[in-house]
Design a protein around this ligand. Sequence first.
Ligand code: FES
Length: 110
Amino acid sequence: MLSVIIIDPQDVAHTVAAEEGQSLMVIAKSAGLPIRGNCGGQMACATCHVIVSTSWFAALPPASKGEEKLLDIVPSAKETSRLACQIRMRAELNGLTVRIPPRRRRLQAE
Ligand code: FES
C-alpha cells in the first residue's frame, strides 16, 4: 500500500493510503479532505489544484499543455502547482507531499 501526505488549508498534515493508478484527486476526496474536483477529473475546472512540495515536484511527469493552460487561470497557483486529477499514483510517488491551498472567500453581498 502506498501513501501520500496531504496538508490541508489549516496546515494539518494527513497521511492517506493510496493505491497504484488512483488519481490524487480521488485519494484526497475519499479521505474527506477539502478538495472539490467538480469536473470529475476531466481537466475542466481546476478545483483540484494542489501545490506539490518542491522536493517532490521533479518526480512527477510533466504537466500537459492543457493542464498548464488551466493552471494559468488559477489565482493561487505557484511554480509547483498541479491538478490533482492529473497525478496518478505509482510506487515512485510513495510519500508524495502536496498542499491544498485555502479557497478564496467569496465577497459577501451586503
Ligand atoms: Fe476538474 Fe481536476 S477535477 S480539473
